[in-house]
Ligand binder design. Structure first.
Ligand SMILES: Nc1ncnc2c1ncn2[C@@H]1O[C@H](COP(=O)(O)OP(=O)(O)O)[C@@H](O)[C@H]1O
Ligand SMILES: N[C@@H](CCOP(=O)(O)O)C(=O)O
Length: 322
């Protein structure tokens, strides 16, 4: 569930007086999501999402995330537009939490994406990368190569409870990635969590991208690597080359990759798999059931790591070297 903080009708009514959005007709908590509390609101004007930021989003990062959404929405990306208050601010406070009202996007996320959806998401991601050029604020990635070791040290003592020999496996990954991580690839603003649950579709078309709360400045190709992991593996852990090819073709139809980016893909995919494995492992081992985070299975990403370790060429992901 993802309603961690309850709000009353009285509190919400008072909050909405700070906005020019009409009268509150109804509201309900949304069960989906991981980190924040989300409410769906209907007013006499439209539908909105009210997000209450819980422990894992730094208040100081909100101007970056909300400013980015505003910039992208104004540059042709289908993403929520933060609604400004009557005093011009975008961040409010309710029930002791920072909060923002954002526009509601139509569409549904896909439980079983097919190759044509992977192509679409590749295209949408490249469009987002291009649209974010010109967004001036910056935010460093708080979960990149140098941050993995400290996270691992916290999870390591109990890692073998999840999988025998995991400790040794991850130590080898960390060493390889620290040594080989590319520094000179094209950078820009990336979404950094573009999983299927963050992309809405209407029919076969992307209707919206949500959840920009990991967005940051980093290697553009790292975002692609994250998508390959999140969209192109099957439930049994196998890589679907047709989906990977479609995703990479879709991306390149909007923003062609340069040779160095293509060459780096296997390492970036391995790094991205390690990043999600580590956050999942940490939560798996430390977060008690019923606490304020939805836990996800780290083993799904241990299996992806094993796949990436044995890759010898980017063509195995569905893209040829230039
Ligand atoms: N702008 C939006 N339009 C429609 N639904 C949304 C919007 N933002 C969030 N949601 C709904 O809320 C859920 C959780 O949102 P999300 O941002 O992914 O939360 P979290 O950051 O906690 O993972 C989504 O799966 C979706 O159902
Ligand atoms: N996508 C991450 C967890 C973050 O979840 P989200 O609901 O904020 O997208 C993972 O799968 O580990």
């Amino acid at each position: 569930m993802a309603v961690y903080t309850d709000i009353s009708e009285v509190e919400l009514g008072a909050l909405l007086k700070e906005y020019d959005v009409g009268e509150l007709l109804s509201y309900k908590g949304i069960a989906e999501g991981t980190e924040n509390s989300n409410y769906l609101l209907h007013t006499s004007r439209a539908a909105f999402i009210l997000t209450l930021y819980e422990q894992r989003v730094e208040r100081s990062d909100l101007p970056f995330f909300l400013g980015l959404m505003e910039h992208l929405a104004q540059h042709g990306v289908n993403c929520p537009l933060p609604v400004r208050r009557n005093d011009g601010a975008v961040v409010s406070e309710i029930a002791g939490r920072p909060a923002a009202l954002i526009t509601f996007l139509e569409g549904m996320w896909l439980r079983k994406p097919a190759p044509q959806h992977c192509r679409e998401v590749g295209r949408a991601m490249a469009g987002m990368h291009l649209a974010a050029r010109g967004f001036e604020p910056t935010r460093a990635n708080a979960l990149t190569v140098g941050d993995w070791r400290p996270l691992w040290e916290k999870a390591k003592p109990r890692a073998n409870e999840v999988e025998e020999e995991l400790e040794a496996e991850v130590e080898a990954d960390l060493a390889d990635l620290a040594q080989g991580w590319p520094a000179d690839l094209p950078t820009g603003v990336i979404h950094a969590d573009l999983f299927p649950d963050n992309v809405f579709f209407l029919g076969d078309r992307v209707s919206g991208i949500i959840d920009f709360y990991f967005a940051c400045n980093d290697l553009l190709a790292y975002d692609i690597a994250t998508c390959l992991n999140a969209w192109c593996f099957e439930k049994d852990g196998s890589y679907n080359l047709t989906k990977g090819t479609a995703l990479l073709e879709g991306y390149q139809s909007v923003r062609p990759l340069d040779a160095a980016e293509i060459k780096a893909l296997p390492l970036l995919a391995r790094g991205s798999a390690l990043r999600f494995m580590l956050t999942r492992l940490y939560d798996w081992l430390t977060v008690s059931d019923g606490a304020l985070v939805n836990k996800r299975d780290p083993m799904e990403y241990v299996r992806r790591l094993r796949f990436h370790r044995q890759i010898s060429s980017p063509s195995e992901y569905g893209i040829g070297l230039k």
